[in-house]
Design a protein around this ligand. Structure first.
Ligand SMILES: *Cc1c(COP(=O)(O)O)cnc(C)c1O
Length: 519
């Protein structure tokens, strides 16, 4: 057999028919050099006056050699960064079906609001009398979060979902300690949980006890009940869970847990599937973080900061961390210390949280309205179920029945084809789509987790389905070799991802002078 066709082929080896260009560019895709490789000493885009002659006061600390900045003209700089930006795949360039990440369209209105000078140019240390509008905005956001969840209190400061988990679990620890229950140390975490859940529990000094999933991809209720005991501090449960499924026994779980003296932490990163339809308070939840950067737009991993406010039940409300906004007779103010019956946890973050994210989330809420938020959740679930329905005869759904905001497949449809989940995802890139989340959640073999979000049109979903169906058929027809060679049409072929992660080359070093290099 021709080895170049098989799995052992060098992944970056060009197929024979591939066109080689003199420049290295492909079509209008530029093979972009590093900025340091493009620079020439002395070239510049600015014309500064010569510095005035002043006496040297550096006491010998003056730099001996040039800084080594690349010398470039303005057009060179503009081209370089424009070309780099074009190499990014973004939600603004196409469907971004990463499950668990909620890469939904970020309305431009959000950005416009976040840049309003009255919000963008204020300083956290300004007197509160001069930032009444900003505090009112935080108060309004808090109101919406409490209303949507039915919970009485919210901590706005956590800087991301995982930070929110930390906030919630520290509050649970404080509530247990206040009751003299220091011995409650065990936290139950379903096997399908996002990795941040067990990590948070461990970071807060709890021990993690995994609950198995049943064959429907849900928490095994009998196994859960068997684990309850006087040392159980809490459960950390995601709903909808990371298989994209609603936990139907959640009310029973909450009741049994509360009777056993534990607290219910819910990972609400997937709130976008139920916002406007289900109020977490009605499910018996004590603390839940909400990823503003998933549920209320701003794609996850989109480069900006995240924000993970936590809503608290009556039992945990006294522990809300500082600072928080209250409205008194002199307008809005920030509470920065202990007041009334509160037992605040202290501070989790400098100042008051991610203001820009508050503005974006509130803009999203107000522009959608209560009915619009509900519809966004419903459309997200509808789109995921549409994909599931159109793909289930050629791919293999991990579980029976409808899904929530994301649909999950395992790799059994690829059995005996020689094509792996990774190969399949790489081939999808040649089709012009960003791959779905792969190999997560871990409870499913070779998982492919797809989250289309509400903002995709039927036409874009159909196009995506067309590619997936074609790939599934080609895999089954024995075209494994072409999958192993994918992606073929990208500027780079398959990379050594392990090496890239373990030995990242983050610094450019000038080439050694030729004389030295020859030695
Ligand atoms: C995204 C996510 C998290 C973590 O949120 P970050 O903002 O990345 O810290 C936790 N749990 C689930 C289920 C998630 O999808």
């Amino acid at each position: 057999m021709d080895k170049s066709q098989g799995r052992t082929a060098r992944p970056d080896a060009a197929p024979a028919a591939e066109i080689v260009t003199a420049s290295g560019h492909r079509g209008l895709q530029t093979e972009e050099k590093l900025i340091f490789e493009q620079g020439e000493p002395g070239r510049t885009g600015v014309d500064l006056p010569a510095p005035p002659k002043v006496a040297d006061r550096l006491n010998g600390l003056k730099r001996q050699r040039p800084v080594g900045l690349p010398g470039l003209s303005e057009p060179q700089v503009i081209r370089h960064f424009t070309r780099l930006s074009q190499k990014n795949y973004a939600i603004d360039s196409g469907l971004y079906p990463l499950g668990s990440c909620t890469m939904k369209h970020n309305p431009r209105l959000n950005e416009k609001m976040a840049r309003l000078p009255g919000l963008a140019d204020i300083h956290p240390l300004q007197p509160v009398s001069t930032v009444q509008g900003a505090l009112e905005l935080m108060d309004r956001l808090a109101h919406w979060l409490k209303t949507l969840t039915g919970m009485p209190a919210v901590a706005l400061t956590p800087g991301a979902g995982a930070h929110g988990e930390f906030c919630g679990m520290v509050a649970i620890r404080a509530a247990l300690d206040a009751k003299g229950q220091q011995s409650r140390k065990r936290v139950l975490v379903p096997e399908s949980a996002h990795g941040t859940n067990p990590a948070t529990a461990a970071a807060c000094g709890f021990t993690v006890d995994a609950i198995p999933a049943d064959d429907r991809g849900r928490v095994d209720l009998a196994a859960f009940k068997a684990k309850l005991g006087p040392d159980v501090a809490a459960i950390m449960l995601t709903n909808p869970n990371t298989c994209g499924l609603f936990e139907p026994d959640i009310v029973t779980i909450a009741k049994a847990l509360h009777e056993a003296g534990g607290y219910f932490y819910c990972d609400g990163a997937n709130f976008n599937a139920i916002a406007g339809r289900v109020r977490p308070a009605d499910l018996g939840i004590d603390a839940m973080h909400i990823n503003l950067h998933k549920t209320f737009s701003t794609p996850h991993g989109g480069g900006g900061p995240g924000s993970g406010p936590v809503v608290f039940s009556e039992a945990l409300a006294p522990y809300v961390p500082l600072p928080y906004v209250v409205h008194g007779k002199d307008g809005f103010r920030l509470v920065e210390g202990r007041e009334g019956k509160a037992e605040p946890l202290g501070r989790l973050k400098t100042f008051h949280g991610q203001m820009g994210m508050f503005v974006r989330a509130l803009t999203y809420m107000l522009s959608h309205g209560a009915d619009g938020i509900r519809q966004a959740s419903e459309d997200a679930v509808l789109n995921a179920n549409y994909l599931l329905a159109r793909l289930k005869d050629v791919m293999s759904p991990a579980f029976d029945g409808p899904c929530m905001h994301e649909c999950l497949f395992d790799d059994s449809f690829l059995k005996d084809t020689g094509v792996s989940t990774l190969d399949f995802a790489k081939a999808l890139i040649d089709e012009g789509f960003h791959p779905m989340t792969m190999y997560f959640p871990l409870v499913v073999h070779g998982a492919l987790l797809i989250e289309p979000t509400e903002s995709e049109t039927r036409a874009s979903l159909d196009e995506f389905v067309g590619s997936l169906r074609s790939l599934a058929t080609r895999a089954k027809q024995g075209e494994a070799a072409s999958f192993h060679a994918a992606p073929r049409l990208t500027p780079r072929r398959r990379l050594d991802e392990t090496r890239a992660a373990r030995q990242p080359v983050l610094r450019w070093k000038p080439a050694a002078p030729t004389r030295q290099a020859a030695e």
